[in-house]
Design a binder for this molecule. Sequence first.
Ligand SMILES: [Zn+2]
Length: 427
Amino acid sequence: MTTPLMTRIAAKRDDLIQLTQDLIRIPTLNPPGENYQAICDYLDKRLSAHGFQIQLIRAFGTPGDSEKYPRWNIIARRDGAHAGDCVHFNSHTDVVEVGAGWTFDPFGGEIADGNIYGRGACDMKGGLAASIIAAEAFIEEHPNFHGAIEISGTADEESGGYGGVAYLAEHGHFNSEKVQHVIIPEPLNKDRICLGHRGGWWAEIETKGEIAHGSMPFLGDCAVRHMGAVIGEFEDKLFPAMAARTTDMPVVPEGAKQSTMNINSIHGGQKEQDDAFDGLPAHCVPDSCRIVIDRRFLAEEPLDQVRSEVKGLLEGLRETRPDFDYEMTELNSVLPSMTDKSAPVVETVAQAIEDVMGKAPEYVASPGTYDQKHIDRIGKLKNCIAYGPGILELAHKPDEYIGIDDMLDSAKVMGASLETLLLPNKN
Ligand SMILES: [Zn+2]
C-alpha cells in the first residue's frame, strides 16, 4: 500500500543518506563518551529548523561525566495544533569502540551496494535518522496533527544509560503525563517489534587461599583450586538447571530463550606482568582467585532467586570443601522488561508493518538490555517498544552497516504509526 506520506518519505532518500552520514561522521565513542555535545548541537540545528523546541540536558555527576567528557542529551519536541498523545522516539547517540578488522573507514559514512558503513550505522544512528525523516515528513504532510512528537538523542546507552535515559527519567522527562508512546529505533530488523529484554546480574566472586612456597603447596591453600570447585558446581548444577528453564518471552536468537551465564574473566595468583617483562614468575601458592560472572535471566525468574541460586552453591561448598572461603560482590543488576502485546504502541506499529511491508510482524525480545529498562522502571511507562532498521547481529562488529532501503521502509512504518496515533480522524 502507498499513501501520500509514504511517497513523501521515499522522496527524502537523499536527505536520509546525508543525515545518516553526518551522524556517523561525529565519532561519539563510549567509553569515554566523546562528542556528545557535537552531536547534540548537530541535532539541535537540524530539528529546530523543522520547528522543534529544543532542550539540551547535561547529566551532571553521572558515571563518566566530566568537563572533558560531559554527558549531553537532547530532547526535541514539536507540538501539534490540537491536544493529544505524545509519541517519543528515543535513540542513543553513543557508539562502541571500533575494534580491528575494518575494510571501510569507521567514521567515513561510505556507501557501497546500497548500504552506509560506519561504527554506529546500525546501532543506532540509522534508526535515529529514520525517525527524524519520518517525523519531519509527517509534520509536512499533516501540519495540524494532534498531540506532540518528541525525538531524543541520549548518552551512554552502551555503558548502562545512567548518563542518558536513566537521568532523563529520574528528572521527569519520561512519565505517563508527558509521554504516552515510546519507540526506540534500535536495530531489531524492519519487520520485527521488540517487546522487551531479559534481565542481567553481574557479580565478582573471589575465592580465598593462603600464600606459601610453590614447592610445598600443602603448607598453603590454593585459591585457584577452590575456584575450580566453584566452576565445577556451575558446570554440574547451575548450567543444567538454567538450560531446563523455559520462558514465554520471545527472545531471539533461539539460544537466548533460556537463562544464560557467561564467565567474563578469571584471574588468580600473581598479577600479570606487562608484555615488556620477560622474566620468570616466582613460585607461589595463590591466595586469591577472582571471576566475574554475567548472568542473564528471564521474566519468570525473580532477581532474588538468581542471586540466591549462585550463593547457595557457594555456601554448599563451605559445607563440603575444607577451608573453602569466598566473597561475592554484586557489580550491577537490571530487571527484565516486557511490554504487553496488546499495548497501543505495539498494535499500532504492528498494523503499520503490515501496511508498509505486506506481512505480519515478528514479535521478539532482546537477549541483552537496552534503555527500555529505565523507561519502564524509572519512568513507569509500559507502552514502549524497540523498533528500527538494521540487523542486530551487525551491531558492535567490524564493517557495521545500515541498508538505505531498510531505513526508508522503517521510516514509512514510523510515519504510518504517527498517522494512527496522532490523527484521531484518520479512521
Ligand atoms: Zn544500541
